[in-house]
Design a protein around this ligand. Structure first.
Ligand SMILES: *[C@@H]1O[C@H](CO)[C@@H](O)[C@H](O)[C@H]1NC(C)=O
Ligand SMILES: *[C@@H]1O[C@H](CO)[C@@H](O)[C@H](O)[C@H]1NC(C)=O
Ligand SMILES: *[C@@H]1O[C@H](CO)[C@@H](O)[C@H](O)[C@H]1NC(C)=O
Length: 454
C-alpha cells in the first residue's frame, strides 16, 4: 500500500502525445509538411490553453489525484464548477472575499452522505494546521447533513496578504466517484521578492454535524492527506467512519471510531483512543506510538491492528471485544502487530472476550519488551532474545477463576531452547483440547530482557 504519490499533477498542458511520424513513401515531403503543420497547430493550441489556464490560476491543477482509503487507488479530481459556464475555480485566497488585512477566510459546505470527503494539498509553500471536530449542537433543519470546512490563511509576519502570494483554495470533486473535498495549492507566485517561499499559514477547521437523535453520524470515506500540515482530531466518538485515512506531518487524535483506519505521520508521534472493527494501521518513524485501542470483532474475519515505527517506543492498551458467531466457541478473532527498533514495546490486554483468538507479533531490537495478556488468552507463545533473559509469568494460573465458569484450572507448559535464547510453550484452560492451538504470540528483541504475562 504505497501511497507516497498521493497527489499528482496530471494533464500538464505542455505534454501531449506526438503525432505519428510520416511514412517514407512517394508522399514523403508532402507528409513531412503536413506533419510540421500539425505540430505547429498543436504547439499554438497548447500555448493558448496554457495562457488561458495561467490567467485563471488554473495551470497544473485542473486534475489531481488523491487516494481512496478503502482500496487506495488514485482518484481523479476536478475543481467543482461555480457556474456552468466558466472554467473556474482555484483562485488566490484573498480574492474570494476581498479581504483586506492579514487574514482571509473561506467556508465550504460538503455533503456528509457523499461517497467520500477529502482535504488535499500540494506545493512547497503550503502549510498550517487542521482541526477536525464535531459541532456542539445539532444543526438546524436543512444543514444537518453538511460538514463545514473553514479555511483561513494568514501571513506569518502579520503583513497584508498579497493575493499573488496566497495559497489557492479549491472546492473540488470527483464526479465519477462522488467525492467532495477542498484542495490547498501553491500560490500563483509562491516566491516573494527575495525568492523565498512566501510565509503564509493556512488553518483549517472541519466541523462535522451532531445528529439530532444522538445516533452516530456515519461517513463512508474520509481522507485528509496534507503533507506539511499538523492535524488535531478531536473527540469524534459521535461519528463512525467506514474508512478514514489521515496523513500529515503530525496527527494527534483524541478519539476516533472506524471500520478501517490508516494514520500516517512523518516522524511525529501517534497518540489517541481508537475503536476499530476491521483494520487500524498506525505508521510513523523515529517517534513514539501511544494508543488505547478497542478492537470490536463481529464479522468472523480478523480485526487487525498494525503499529510501525522505529527508534521509538510503542505502548498499546488493548480491549478486545468479540461476538459469538455461528460457532459458539469462536468469540472474536484479533491480529496485532507491533514493530519498532531500538526502543521498548509494551502491549497490555486490558480485556479480551472469552474464547477469542489472538495472534500477536511484536518485534524490536536492543530494547526490552513487555506483553501482558488477559487470562482469557489460550494458545502458544514463543519469545526470542539474545544475551538476555525471558520471563514468562502465568499470574492467572494461581487464583483466577475459569472465565467460562466450568471450574477448570489454567495450565502452562514452558521450555527453553537454544541455550535459553528461545522460550516457548502453551497456555490454556482445562485440558486445552481447543485452547492450545487457538492463538499465537511471537515476541522478538535483541540484547534486552523480555517479559510475557499470561
Ligand atoms: C472561520 O475561522 C475564522 C478564523 O478562525 C473565524 O474568525 C470565523 O468565524 C470562522 N467562520 C465560521 C463560519 O466558523
Ligand atoms: C493556527 O492554528 C494554530 C494551531 O491551532 C494556532 O496555534 C495558531 O495560532 C493559528 N494561527 C492563527 C493566526 O490563528
Ligand atoms: C469522548 O466523548 C465521549 C462522549 O462525550 C466520552 O464518553 C469519552 O470519554 C470521550 N473520549 C475522550 C478520549 O475524551
Amino acid at each position: 500500500m504505497d501511497v507516497e504519490k498521493l497527489v499528482q499533477r496530471k494533464d500538464d498542458p505542455n505534454v501531449h502525445s506526438p503525432d505519428s511520424p510520416p511514412t517514407v513513401s512517394g508522399n514523403h515531403w508532402k507528409n513531412r509538411r503536413l506533419f510540421a503543420a500539425r505540430v505547429c497547430v498543436v504547439f499554438i493550441a497548447v500555448m493558448y490553453f496554457t495562457w488561458i489556464a495561467a490567467r485563471h490560476g488554473l495551470v497544473n491543477i485542473k486534475k489531481i489525484t488523491a487516494p481512496v482509503t478503502s482500496n487506495l487507488r488514485p482518484l481523479p479530481l476536478v475543481p467543482f464548477a461555480e457556474s456552468d459556464s466558466s472554467i473556474w475555480s482555484c483562485r488566490p485566497h484573498s480574492a474570494i472575499d476581498g479581504a483586506s488585512g492579514s487574514v482571509s477566510t473561506q467556508l465550504f459546505q460538503l455533503p456528509t452522505d457523499s461517497n467520500g470527503l477529502f482535504l488535499t494539498s500540494e506545493g512547497a509553500s503550503v502549510n498550517g494546521n487542521i482541526k477536525v471536530e464535531v459541532a456542539d449542537e445539532p444543526a438546524c433543519r436543512g444543514s444537518g447533513n453538511m460538514l463545514f470546512v473553514n479555511v483561513s490563511t494568514y501571513h506569518n509576519s502579520g503583513a497584508p496578504l498579497n493575493s499573488e502570494f496566497a495559497p489557492r483554495i479549491c472546492g473540488m470533486n470527483s464526479p465519477v466517484d462522488g467525492f467532495y473535498g477542498v484542495g490547498v495549492f501553491d500560490a500563483v507566485s509562491p516566491y516573494d521578492a527575495e525568492h523565498k517561499v512566501s510565509e503564509t499559514q493556512t488553518n483549517i477547521t472541519i466541523t462535522l454535524p451532531r445528529t439530532v437523535n444522538g445516533d452516530p453520524l456515519v461517513i463512508s470515506n474520509f481522507i485528509v492527506s496534507m503533507g506539511a500540515f499538523s492535524q488535531q482530531i478531536g473527540n469524534l466518538s459521535s461519528v463512525h467512519f467506514e474508512s478514514i485515512y489521515l496523513s500529515s506531518k503530525t496527527v494527534q487524535v483524541e478519539a476516533l471510531s472506524a471500520d478501517h483506519a490508516v494514520i500516517r505521520t512523518n516522524e511525529s508521534p501517534i497518540e489517541g483512543e481508537f475503536e476499530v472493527t476491521d483494520t487500524l494501521e498506525l505508521d510513523t518513524a523515529n517517534a513514539p506510538i501511544r494508543v488505547g485501542v478497542k478492537m470490536v470483532n463481529d464479522r468472523g474475519i480478523f480485526t487487525r491492528l498494525k503499529m510501525t515505527t522505529s527508534n521509538s517506543p510503542i505502548t498499546a492498551d488493548l480491549e478486545l471485544t468479540g461476538f459469538k458467531d455461528y460457532n459458539e466457541f469462536a468469540s472474536g478473532r484479533f491480529s496485532i502487530e507491533a514493530r519498532s527498533t531500538n526502543a521498548q514495546v509494551v502491549i497490555r490486554h486490558l480485556s479480551a472476550s472469552v474464547g477469542s483468538t489472538v495472534m500477536l507479533k511484536a518485534e524490536t531490537t536492543n530494547a526490552p519488551m513487555d506483553v501482558q495478556m488477559h487470562p482469557t488468552y489460550e494458545g502458544s507463545f514463543a519469545l526470542k532474545t539474545t544475551n538476555a533473559k525471558h520471563n514468562v509469568d502465568c499470574l492467572s494460573c494461581k487464583d483466577t477463576n475459569d472465565p467460562e465458569g466450568h471450574g477448570r484450572s489454567r495450565k502452562i507448559t514452558l521450555k527453553q531452547i537454544q541455550g535459553g535464547q528461545l522460550a516457548s510453550g502453551y497456555v490454556y484452560w482445562g485440558e486445552g483440547y481447543d485452547g492450545r492451538h487457538r492463538g499465537e504470540i511471537r515476541m522478538e528483541t535483541t540484547n534486552k530482557d523480555m517479559s510475557l504475562t499470561v
